[in-house]
Ligand binder design. Structure first.
Ligand SMILES: [Zn+2]
Length: 231
């Protein structure tokens, strides 16, 4: 049998969401002003500070997936102000990234399944693991949403480069550079060079995230991505 990279590709994805409890816990921390600032360096001016100021609270409706059903959970985010430059930036909890209502585990699970399996298509991904809503059919996960998630992840170049530097500092003998250089994307998955670049970057990001979280016990999508202003 020809090896395509993922032998269990027809199984639905499991554990593909932040939990309601996580979001509520974070919300209550924000409400009581007890959530720590995710960074020590300002993403706007790059100055170090231990005293970022709570400037504002913003609500966000997150989409949590429980047994493939979409539920909406209200979360709260803190907008932080830098004492050095006076500019504000949004602090995201580990389960969230800017402009996305779905949580990191959902975005990564679908994106990873797509980029790591050469035979995978967006439609097949949705057929295998549909995300449904009992109240709003228009919320059901569309294949175009997964396409956009991959675009977002594929643009986190600064985060990716910093994460790679940290991995190499911790493990100078790491084969990560060679392994990343060896990753490819099949030609039938893209029509343009720009899409090819995004797919490849997303695939590399997923590999870096796996190694980074194994090595440091935290995800690149939290402090590191915030520090890099999600670039
Ligand atoms: Zn600043």
């Amino acid at each position: 049998m020809h090896y395509t990279g993922a032998s269990d590709s027809d199984k639905p994805l499991f554990n593909i969401s932040a939990t309601t409890e996580e979001i509520i816990q974070h919300r209550e921390q924000v409400r009581r002003s007890q959530n720590p600032c995710p960074v020590r360096i300002c993403p706007k001016c790059q100055e170090k500070s231990d005293s970022f100021i709570r400037h504002d609270k913003k609500s966000r409706k997150f989409r949590v997936v429980i047994e493939q059903l979409i539920h909406v959970v209200l979360g709260l985010l803190t907008c932080w102000k830098c004492p050095e430059c006076g500019k504000c930036f949004m602090g995201y909890p580990p389960f969230a990234i800017p402009y996305k209502r779905y949580t990191i585990p959902t975005i990564c699970a679908f994106s990873q399944r797509y980029v790591e399996n050469d035979a995978m298509t967006y439609r097949k991904l949705i057929e295998e693991t549909p995300l449904l809503s009992s109240t709003c059919p228009e919320w059901e996960l569309a294949h175009s949403t997964i396409h956009r998630w991959i675009s977002t992840l594929g643009r986190l170049n600064t985060t990716m480069n910093k994460a790679q530097d940290f991995i190499l500092q911790a493990e100078p003998a790491s084969t990560i550079c060679r392994d990343l250089a060896g990753l490819t994307v099949p030609a039938r998955k893209y029509l343009s060079e720009s899409r090819k670049t995004l797919l490849l970057a997303c695939k590399r990001l997923m590999e870096i995230e796996n190694r980074f979280s194994r090595l440091f016990g935290v995800s690149i999508f939290h402090q590191l991505a915030t520090n890099c202003a999600y670039g």
